[in-house]
Design a protein around this ligand. Structure first.
Ligand code: P5A
Length: 440
């Protein structure tokens, strides 16, 4: 992408309305734009990051055996009257009437709709286990939308829903998502700690929130420090192994971790003072097992091996991609801007032409740009006639992992400079060597 032809409306000043660093940086880099309170557009730079986050979520959901579909944002109130949640949900639910005056709503979650899809087509235990997910917009009319897309009214959620014949099978499905979540957050460059959590309007009593520690987090959390050293399950994890997954779950829940709603002062005090961590955190995911809470009122049953009808046991599993993007920034930035983990960076490299119009600089940059793109890399080419200082500041601000700097003196010697955004380390290489290094 040539910067001269791109749409990246960078702000020169820090926006006053932003209270936390991620919100400030997302506005400054032109990743997002507020359209009305708690409702955002994702501009091209932000959209690239969001798509990369979604791709990782999707890969790990698929690896764990979940199957993607797509459900609408608008739902009929009837379904929610069946489950009993239409009245319970309160003011967070945006209620709408269509031209026939039928009550509709903008979905805050999809337990009812997926249960309806399930009951209409699954009749036998032979179709189980089943886990269906989508990545779709939700709306919750939050009392206090704030911090940009961290807590917005319209937001993206990956929501998965599992169906099983028995409680034991449902716990295995829960553990699959537990492991998938550990892997997902790790690939996003985050250490997320699963914590026992309150279940609120979703229901059930077996639930974990996945929390990133950050001073600006809205949750108050208490845990043992040892989480930092726990191993992440590998990509070749056998998701069909009941005992294997249970042992990962047991390990990750073997030491104390709870949010303030579930906090047990005595258990926390029993941890040695040096191993205790009382901190703030950002909830980036939340998983639930709620048994027959929806299958019972909505009549979602299958025929079991005994020939009898059984209510299915369900769970639901949420991740907030539009919250994850600011959470990653909270965890990875410095005074000059964002430092993207390579896995979600909007571009893999930025090629900085220090003297556009200079034939040698232009030829070198074109060669680098084409070679990196041909190797499948996402490259931003700063071909603008901004001052050098502005180009460096922009490259640092938007946090692309590698900067390839082509200035007239180096280029005359057949060389370019590489700068690592995270460490600041610089090295001068021949153009050939730079291409080899960046495409390796
Ligand atoms: C689980 C999937 C649910 O809604 N039903 C379907 C269950 N869980 S949850 O905890 O309420 O939400 C799941 C995740 O969505 C993100 N999230 C938000 N992100 C941005 N702004 C919001 N206002 C918001 N509300 C929830 C969080 O990451 C949460 O863990």
């Amino acid at each position: 992408m040539r910067l001269s032809r791109y749409f990246m409306p960078i702000l020169k000043e820090n926006p006053k309305e932003a209270e936390i660093v991620s919100h400030r940086l997302m506005l400054r880099t032109g990743m997002i734009r507020q359209q009305s309170q708690g409702i955002y557009s994702w501009l091209p730079l932000g959209k690239r990051v969001l798509d990369k986050v979604n791709a990782i979520i999707r890969e790990e959901q698929n690896r764990a055996g979940a199957i993607e579909l797509s459900m609408p944002t608008l739902q009929s109130a009837e379904l929610w009257q069946e489950s009993g949640r239409y009245e319970d949900y309160g003011k967070e639910m945006l209620r709408i009437r269509d031209r026939q005056d039928r009550p509709m709503l903008y979905g805050p979650t999809n337990e009812e709709m997926i249960t309806d899809i399930f009951r209409s087509s699954v009749k036998s235990y032979k179709s189980l286990p089943l886990n269906l997910y989508h990545i779709q917009l939700k709306f919750r009319d939050e009392i206090r939308p704030r911090f940009g897309t961290m807590r917005s009214r319209e937001f993206l959620m990956k929501d998965a829903y599992s169906f099983d014949l028995t409680q034991a099978d449902a716990i295995h499905s829960y553990n699959k998502m537990f492991v998938a979540y550990l892997r997902t957050f790790d690939r996003l460059g985050l250490r997320a700690i699963p914590m026992r959590a309150d279940t609120g309007p979703i229901g059930g009593n077996h639930s974990h929130e996945f929390i990133i520690l950050a001073d600006t987090g809205e949750s108050e959390v208490y845990c043992h420090k040892s989480f930092v050293d726990f191993d992440i399950p590998s990509a070749d994890t056998d998701f069909d192994s009941v005992d294997g997954l249970q042992s990962v779950f047991d390990k990750w829940t073997s030491v104390y971790a709870a949010t303030s709603e579930m906090h047990d002062e005595a258990a926390f005090d029993a941890i040695g003072e040096n191993d205790r961590l009382s901190a703030r955190g950002i909830e980036v995911g939340h998983i639930f097992y709620f048994g027959t809470k929806y299958s019972e009122p909505m009549g979602a049953k299958v025929q079991g091996p005994d020939g009898k009808e059984h209510l299915v046991h369900m769970g639901s599993y949420g991740i907030g991609p539009t919250r994850l993007v600011p959470a990653i920034i909270e965890a990875s930035h410095d005074e000059n801007g964002i430092i993207w983990p390579a896995s979600v960076a909007p571009f893999d490299a930025v090629v900085i032409n220090m003297k556009p119009g200079d034939e040698a600089c232009d030829t070198t940059c074109d060669r680098l740009y084409v070679a990196l793109q041909n190797a499948g890399k996402d490259v931003l080419y700063d071909d603008t006639d901004d001052r050098a200082g502005t180009k460096f500041a922009t490259a640092d601000l938007i946090g692309v992992p590698v900067q390839v700097i082509a200035g007239p003196r180096a280029v005359a010697a057949g060389e370019v400079e590489l700068k690592d955004r995270k460490t600041g380390a610089r090295e001068t290489l021949t153009i050939e060597a730079a291409i080899n290094k960046l495409t390796a």
